[in-house]
Design a protein around this ligand. Structure first.
Ligand code: SF4
Length: 285
């Protein structure tokens, strides 16, 4: 695995790295220089979950799982490549790029364990649609002793009918609730529910009501701005709808925070990162 290209965002802090595997698949990793370093890396070449709001879902490009070594190399290659790397600045490793981590569970956990050893005091986060709910208690046990770990459930809907349309490899919300509660019984690590607000899909008053019925005390919602992708008609909720949704959550006393991904101009936002077979260049930088 080595870096073949990098693209810089206009924002000056986000870069997307393209890296190639031995068998010539290109995988993407997003790096953002915040008050912490964020490295959002991929766990699969493509993804079989087929979410309708994601480039890899729409393009149905699943090829194979990435190995532990490939996942670790994605991150270490970038850290070595940076002109300036402040060793005192915390790193957040996000297993949130291309792929569904629970479909490649052992490699993902081994990769996180190795990165944790290499970069002590780092923060780890993992996002899952919950496609294999039986692995969630196992995950809780496996990461229990880590310093800081954040689990994000990609919920994105307030009812099963909508969720099924958005995430075809679907698990019911009841199943997710059960898995989340088992997780919380095993570990105190942070957990949140990611909800990308989509125009006319999941942004109504009824959706707020359903969402609040689903959530339990202590739950947090990550309210995400959509990153548009080619080949999908989905659009971000309007500013007015976003504002109203937030106001209604507030009124209901639901904990939430807003997340607007950086790097949308270079397709480095959530759901925009891609995987594909290499066709042209093979230069090492
Ligand atoms: S959003 Fe995640 S789980 Fe869904 S298709 Fe994209 S990479 Fe896969």
């Amino acid at each position: 695995m080595h870096i073949i290209d990098k693209i810089r965002s206009k924002d000056g802090k986000t870069q997307k790295f393209l890296q190639i595997t031995e068998d010539k698949y290109i995988t993407e990793t997003t790096f953002v220089d915040y008050s912490k370093y964020l490295l959002c890396y991929s766990s699969q070449v493509g993804c079989p979950v087929a979410c309708s709001f994601c480039y890899n879902g729409v393009n149905k490009n699943f090829t194979r799982n990435l190995t532990k070594n490939e996942m670790v190399a994605q991150c270490t290659n970038i850290i070595k490549h940076l002109d300036i790397f402040d060793k005192d600045k915390p790193i957040k490793f996000g297993c949130m790029g291309v792929g569904e981590p629970l479909l490649n569970y052992e490699n993902v956990i081994d990769g996180i364990t190795e990165l944790d050893k290499k970069y002590p005091h780092s923060i780890f986060s993992l996002a899952t649609t919950g496609v294999k709910p039986n692995l969630i208690p196992q995950l809780a046990k496996d990461i229990k002793d880590m310093e800081r770990f954040i689990l994000t459930f990609s919920l994105h809907a307030s009812n099963d009918e909508t969720r099924k349309k958005l995430i075809p490899m679907h698990q019911s919300m009841f199943t997710l609730r059960d898995a989340a509660n088992k997780y919380k019984n095993i570990t105190n690590h942070e957990m949140c529910w990611n909800y990308v607000l989509l125009d006319g899909v999941n942004d109504s008053d009824k959706n707020v009501q359903e969402l609040s019925d689903f959530l339990e005390k202590g739950d947090t919602v990550k309210l995400t701005h959509y990153s548009p992708i080619m080949g999908s008609n989905l659009k971000s909720a309007t500013q007015d709808k976003f504002k109203k949704f937030k106001e209604m959550l507030e009124k209901k006393g639901i904990e939430f925070y807003e997340f607007n991904p950086d790097g949308k101009d270079i397709n480095a936002g959530c759901g925009q990162m891609a995987a594909r077979k290499q066709v042209i260049c093979d230069k090492e930088i």
